[in-house]
Design a binder for this molecule. Structure first.
Ligand SMILES: Cc1cc2nc3c(=O)[nH]c(=O)nc-3n(C[C@H](O)[C@H](O)[C@H](O)COP(=O)(O)O)c2cc1C
Length: 309
């Protein structure tokens, strides 16, 4: 699949990267229910440089997820260059993404994630290092701004580089994960880079939210959805088809998700699925009772019995 970005039907719906959440099972479920492209959890370029085995395990995937993008974070261009070569050769994913958006203390204080946005020279070196060491399409993920530096300036100063797509989380570094989402800046960015794909991200929790954005900002190529897919991997299909999923359908998805994570991670998967199961049932009648039982389940069979499906 050569530059898949330009073959996707618009508006493009992407499962945004989430550390600890967007594993292979979840990505498969999201693809099955309408996501057009899915991102890995962020993977450390330095870990791939020094000791790649564990990180390669983190980003492996199933063909059903494609198009699938591996996201890298770090701050050293040399590490990014080697990481790009290793992932391209060993993982054979469809694209590489660079994290310029993470505000987490341990990432930001290390000079990675969105701490890189105002450091244009280094950011350019990193983008070039990745582009020169892969034949896969490269994308970047940024924030609306960091301190007094905004995304428009970042894009103006990097737009000549050969990346194909950008996902903009429309909140600033200071806005964290709950501040206002600046959709206007995302729309402005598309005007600066009409030949690249521009995805907006932040606060899309329902299909209604998505439709409002498409109506108000029709020039944006698509959306990245993160927390809106928690317990609702079918949000992508709801956006596309306007159908509403009932609990009977949702229970089937929960079971499929449990089967996939079991296949992939065995006991660890049964532990990790608990948070997903609790998210799936949130707001449904009897959720509290059901939740108590589900978070104790230790096998797919037990989950099936509890769900009565
Ligand atoms: C638990 C969690 C983990 C995240 N991990 C990543 C990550 O690995 N890489 C990244 O670029 N963004 C990461 N993000 C940010 C999301 O991709 C997204 O930009 C942010 O949550 C805003 O979108 P939302 O309002 O749809 O959740 C993470 C967010 C959450 C909540």
């Amino acid at each position: 699949m050569k530059n898949f970005w330009f073959k996707l039907k618009k508006p493009i719906l992407a499962l945004a990267p989430m550390a600890g959440i967007t594993d292979s099972a979840f990505r498969q479920i999201c693809r099955k229910y309408g996501a057009d492209v899915v991102y890995s959890e962020m993977a450390s370029a330095s870990a791939l440089f020094f000791k790649p085995a564990k990180t390669l395990e983190l980003v492996r995937f199933n063909k059903k997820e494609q198009p699938y993008i591996v996201q890298l974070f770090g701050k050293d261009p040399e590490h990014f260059a080697k990481a790009a070569r290793i992932i391209t050769k060993k993982i054979k994913c469809d694209g590489l993404d660079i994290n310029f958006g993470c505000p987490a203390k341990k990432v930001f204080s290390h000079g990675s994630g969105c701490a890189l946005m105002p450091n244009i020279e280094l950011a350019r070196e990193i983008i070039s290092a990745v582009c020169e060491n892969t034949n896969l399409p490269v994308s970047i993920k940024i924030r609306a701004g960091v301190k007094n530096f905004d995304a428009l300036e970042f894009i103006e100063k990097t737009k000549d580089l050969p990346y194909s797509a950008v996902m903009i989380h429309g909140r600033t570094y200071e806005g964290g994960f709950s501040g206002a989402v600046d959709w206007k800046i995302i729309s402005e960015i598309k005007k600066i880079i009409p030949d690249k794909i521009v995805l907006g991200n932040g606060g899309i929790l329902t299909s209604k939210n998505a439709r409002e954005i498409f109506e108000k900002y029709p020039n944006i190529d698509g959306l990245g959805i993160a927390r809106g897919a928690w317990g609702k991997p079918y949000i992508f299909d709801e956006i596309k088809t306007a159908q509403i999923y009932n609990f009977k359908k949702i229970k089937k998805i929960m079971l499929k998700h449990a089967e996939l994570i079991w296949r992939d991670k065995k006991e660890l998967g049964m532990f990790e699925i608990r948070k997903h199961l609790a998210w799936y049932i949130k707001g449904f009648p009897g959720a509290a009772e059901l939740r108590k039982k589900l978070v104790r389940a230790e096998s797919v069979e037990e989950i099936k019995e509890i769900l009565n499906c």
